[in-house]
Ligand binder design. Structure first.
Ligand SMILES: [Zn+2]
Length: 479
């Protein structure tokens, strides 16, 4: 079979089941389950994968709704990462142009309903191809809980679930279509709990020891620390328990959840040690006791140009996305809900990514209600100011990730607009496109052993002799 026929066949196989994949996306959108509580979402993906002939293990790495679905045998082993968790407090009606929910609850504000379904399309499409033209190679669909909060992939990496994978492929629904060519920030998410002694705040304050004082002293210390850490680091916190609602009580219990981020895991570890020292100092100053409780952590993302370039070539083969007038009009109704200035970021991104475009052309492109173009391949050494547990998987095996247009131009992830537009034909097109790009890239890796070899060589170089060590202590379980 020529390369061209091979690609045509693979695309045809995915198109043949497109309706089933988009139905899965819409169902998971409706379930809107969060963190590790993903029974229906993981159940649906498992049942489809079983029906398609995959061997499915559910409940891996101590998480009931993490799963590995395998097909085929021998090398290369292609990992496809899937997510399906929603965000809390983002319940939203579908297809309406205002923030509106019938009842409170979770919502798919990051498009992980489509992310899981696009990964499913890639795995099933590739399986259908291999079933009719057998070749050596294994597909592993990794169903990963709690990307938004909880770092499911870090627990999976710690348990060795991703070991033996030769390359890892994934995608994310976005507002443009391009290869993800930058690192992300490593992140620790840790609670600090203080315990003091309650007492009447007016009658006997001398008998009390305030846990709220400890929290405030800790914040002061951390805010002084900011000057003495790397520029790109970020420390943010929330008081998850400020001790109560009564000023006339010396608060005996108080807690804060801290996020500590920096470009390298080692930097985060060192900053965390200093933050923990400050917390100990705050406890000493206020005569309280302090306990550290880990929530989760994730590593920085390791880019891989060798694999990313193969993925990019497949995007060029597929070409730009195409939208009907009705779809453009649908997207335009969402862009009309955006604040002034929301296009500026889009314009500067376009100027950065398309070196041949002038300011006027970039502005014109940014004013399209939905971006159909495949962006040129680009990489940057600057880490994006956010974190993802795809980072942990990317330490284990060379990883490529593609962003695909699923949402109207200028809309933001984690917004009501993304939830409201989450079952639209634009999302459906995006997830099928992503499935095709990943399946085509996987097939390239299966047919040409040189690709995985090059990707692995680059991976080792980028790790610079370091090995993956999960930042989450061994005794901390997903919760
Ligand atoms: Zn996301």
């Amino acid at each position: 079979m020529t390369d061209e026929n091979r690609v045509k066949r693979l695309i045809g196989l995915i198109d043949a089941k497109a309706g089933a994949f988009t139905d899965v996306s819409d169902s998971i959108w409706g379930y809107a389950e969060t963190r590790f509580n993903l029974e229906r979402s993981a159940g649906l993906l498992s049942s489809v994968l079983k029906r398609e002939g995959f061997g499915v293990s559910r409940g891996v790495a101590g998480m009931d709704h993490a799963l590995v679905a395998s097909y085929g045998s021998g090398s290369p082993v292609i990992g496809i990462l899937a997510e399906y968790d929603a965000l809390s407090n983002l319940a939203q009606e579908s297809d309406v142009m205002e923030k509106r929910a019938a009842e409170p609850g979770g919502g798919h504000g990051c498009g992980h309903n489509a992310l899981g379904a696009g990964a499913l399309a890639a795995a099933v499409g590739l399986k259908d191809f291999l079933a009719s033209s057998p070749r050596e190679g294994t597909i592993k669909f990794f169903g990963c809980p709690a990307e938004e909060s909880g770092s499911g992939k870090a627990f999976m990496a710690r348990a060795g679930v991703f070991d033996e994978t030769d390359v890892m492929l994934t995608w994310h629904p976005w507002t443009e279509t391009r290869i993800w060519g930058q690192s992300s920030l490593a992140n620790y998410q840790v609670y600090f709990h203080f315990k003091g002694i309650s007492s009447h705040a007016a009658a006997s304050p001398d008998m009390g020891r305030s846990a709220l004082d400890s929290l405030e002293l800790m914040s002061v210390g951390v805010n002084y620390l900011r000057e003495h850490i790397v520029q790109e680091a970020r420390i943010h916190y929330a008081y998850t328990n400020a001790g109560g609602m009564s000023p006339n009580v010396v608060q005996s219990d108080a807690s804060a959840l801290y996020f500590i981020r920096a470009p390298k895991s080692g930097q985060v570890r060192r900053i965390f040690e200093r933050v923990a020292d400050i917390a100990r100092g705050a406890a000493l100053m206020s005569r309280t006791t302090m306990e550290i409780e880990w929530d989760s952590a994730c590593a920085e993302y390791i880019v891989n140009e060798a694999l990313g370039r193969v993925m990019y070539e497949n995007m060029k083969k597929l070409g730009n996305l195409k939208y009907s007038d009705g779809e453009m009009e649908y997207a335009r109704r969402f862009t009309a809900t955006l604040q002034d200035g929301s296009r500026q970021g889009v314009t500067s991104l376009i100027r950065k990514c398309f070196p041949d475009i002038d300011g006027e052309q970039a502005m014109r492109m940014a004013s399209e209600p939905v971006l159909s173009e495949v962006f040129p391949y680009s990489m940057t050494d600057v880490a994006m100011p956010g974190s993802t547990d795809v980072g942990d998987a990317s330490w284990i095996a060379p990883t490529a990730q593609v962003l695909v247009t699923c949402y109207p131009t200028g809309t933001q992830s984690h917004s009501w607009q993304w939830v409201a537009a989450g079952k639209s034909p634009i999302v459906h097109k995006g997830l099928i496109y992503a499935g095709k790009v990943m399946a085509m890239t996987a097939l390239d890796v299966i047919c040409d052993p040189e690709i995985a070899a090059r990707a692995k060589e680059e991976h080792l170089e980028r790790l610079g002799g370091e090995r993956y060590v999960c930042a989450i202590p061994e005794d901390v379980k997903p919760h």
